[in-house]
Design a protein around this ligand. Sequence first.
Ligand SMILES: *Cc1c(COP(=O)(O)O)cnc(C)c1O
Length: 401
Amino acid sequence: MEVNTVNSAVMPTYTRSDLAFVRGEGAYLYDAEGQHYLDFCSGVAVNALGHAHPHLVHVLKEQAEKLWHCSNLYRIPEQERLAERLVAASFADTAFFCNSGAEAVECALKMARKYHDAVGQPERYRVVVMNNAFHGRTLATVSAGGQEKHTKGFEPLVEGFDRVPFGDLDAARAVIGPQTAAILVEPVQGEGGVRVAPSGYLPGLRALADAHGLLLIFDEVQTGLCRTGCLFAHEWFDVVPDIMALAKGLGGGFPVGCCLATARAAQGMTAGTHASTFGGNPLAMAVGNATLDVLLAEGFLRAIHHTSRLLHAALEEVIHLYPTVLAEVRGLGLLFGLRCIVPNTTFVTALQKAGLLTVAAGDNVVRLLPPLVIGENEIEEALDILDRTCQQLARGHDGVA
Ligand SMILES: *Cc1c(COP(=O)(O)O)cnc(C)c1O
């Protein structure tokens, strides 16, 4: 059920469900009446380790008694440590910390312009972006995403984005000109409907970037940090970017964003060029490091692969059983999209009533984003709810027909 919270003092920019949770534990959320919900929304891929993960709770409490915030005017050892660990685990040489995905993408876009300025080509500022992309809600990132529902009325937009169809290498090649600075792409489009980059596409963009002296930027705000079964989704495609935006899963629920880059791409980002008051503060960094402790542990990815295979096979079966409700399952790792025949919002609402939380996406898709630590019993429970809900919606369909 969706409500317009007209009596709330909160600015009504969200379409909200009427549910309110008071507690979370593992894969479950509880409302004030004690009713529990299986959480396959995970705060839209944020609660990577589920709710109230003991290690995160412990580290957060410990850090809370020591130091919350002290400004980037000073060295922050926990920040240096998280940067080192992310750099060691990736293509990157350096990390900038912020508080959200949009800020991480914003940093990437600024860095691309600054790079070309630093190498003596300040005329290069344009960025190739994709149809159905999502990069956040700041002015620059809605301009990059370009979806009318996000930009209408906010014009004039930030200038310099050239949009091409996702997956179309020829279109990307055709739009590159003497003012092009970078290519920005999500390896799997999340909000756009869980569209996985076709094979050869990302390596093709890498080759284009190299041939034309452009920077390749991956927005892995949703796909990064093990969500797709690799630490970063681009590992599936055997390609590395020059710059990468991270956020969602990085703090396991605490706001942490990060822009990673090679030393070459970041060469313009010298003292005074960019900053964030809250970015990388000791509390955020302690939680970020605690999240990485779990994500980088031996066997963590293997468990995700196992769960992913289980869930994927079962979802294929559900699709097969209810062709009047669902059309297709797609995705990578534990980022699943169910393309619906019924309206996706109808499906999300029906699942919620039955106790399973999911989230809609573009292309009439419902996303399943379980916590990465989900167990087999919880998968069984989710499948049972999916089956019952499909049955009920299929019956509705037959009744209408
Ligand atoms: C969620 C998301 C963002 C924006 O993150 P915020 O923290 O909401 O600013 C950017 N890019 C992608 C791919 C996302 O999924």
